[in-house]
Ligand binder design. Structure first.
Ligand SMILES: N[C@H](CCC[C@H](N)C(=O)O)C(=O)O
Length: 284
């Protein structure tokens, strides 16, 4: 059976996008993993599945599969690419759509110039709901941010903030993202037993009060060139800690994102570029 797909990216975070609005597309994790493989498959960080909403009051549903085949709750760059996709494919003529994701509902808005802003939901700050197991730990409070000591083994400890955007994020502050231990400490934190659902790991360098540099080791995908929910998690933690003020520009390796957040209880808004790279079809 042939499966049509569209290859896209948002600031270098790349996706296989599938239109499942006419008929559902169900594959086992290992098949998704094979499609995302950069040598034996199409290659992507995530696969985005565009579907009909469960509640007719909403416009679409949205499923996300990481390149390791794990289905996850949210993908911010993917949400922005989603809006570009449904508009370009004529699946909607609306400029603002509501989209069902695993944890709830997000809103996507495209302006007259085609730029997409994603209303990413209200960040969850309660460690237990990230989920992060803080049993036996004493946090150091910085501003309104709890910074937790995380044992990395070999006598090393990292200090992390934890935020959920529907998906879990650990946030570490570093002096220089270019020399940060992303590929060594990233997988250790991703798979740490105190994160029962694993976690994404953001390494933040503060440039000034409206500008950070960010590298993200993503759960189920490794380091990506940009991470939308990671940008939200990093900015939320940095605002709570008093390091930055909203809005914040995020310099990722693959491009520039923006996040605006008015503080606890409010929705975080993510902006940034999206592109369609090519169309194709693949035997599944
Ligand atoms: N790796 C993430 C999903 C993709 C997030 C990222 N690509 C984004 O733009 O938010 C997770 O397992 O939660």
């Amino acid at each position: 059976m042939k499966l049509r797909f569209t290859k896209m990216h948002g600031a270098g975070n790349d996706f296989i996008v599938i239109d499942a609005t006419r008929e559902p597309v169900e594959l086992p994790p290992e098949r998704w993993q094979a499609l995302a493989d950069r040598h034996y498959g199409i290659g992507a960080d995530q696969i985005l599945i565009v579907g009909k909403p469960n509640d007719p009051a909403n416009d679409f549903s949205y499923r996300i599969v990481n390149s390791d085949g794990s289905e996850v709750e949210h993908c911010g760059n993917g949400a922005r690419a989603f809006m570009h996709f449904v508009t370009a494919k004529g699946l909607t003529t609306k400029r603002r759509v509501s989209v069902e994701i695993m944890p709830g509902l997000i809103t996507l808005e495209m302006d007259a110039a085609g730029a997409v802003t994603a209303g990413m939901g209200v960040p969850v700050l309660d460690a237990a709901r990230v989920p992060f197991d803080a049993a036996g730990l004493v946090s150091r409070r910085e501003g309104e941010l709890d910074r937790w000591p995380l044992d990395l083994g070999a006598g090393r400890t990292a200090e992390i903030g934890v935020v959920s955007m529907g998906n879990p994020h650990a946030v570490l502050r570093v002096d220089d993202v270019d020399t940060a231990p992303v590929t060594t400490d990233g997988p250790v934190v991703e798979n740490h037993p105190r994160f029962p659902r694993r976690t994404n790991v953001g390494f933040v360098q503060v440039v000034d009060e409206h500008h950070i540099r960010l590298r993200v080791w993503e759960r189920g995908a490794g380091e990506t060139l940009a991470c939308g929910t990671g940008a939200c998690g990093a900015v939320v933690a940095a605002i709570l800690a008093g390091w930055v003020k909203s809005p914040v520009r995020i310099a990722a390796r693959g491009g520039e994102l923006s996040v605006a957040w008015a503080g606890p209880g409010s929705v975080a808004y993510l902006g940034g570029p999206t592109a369609i790279v090519f169309e194709g079809e693949v035997e599944i």
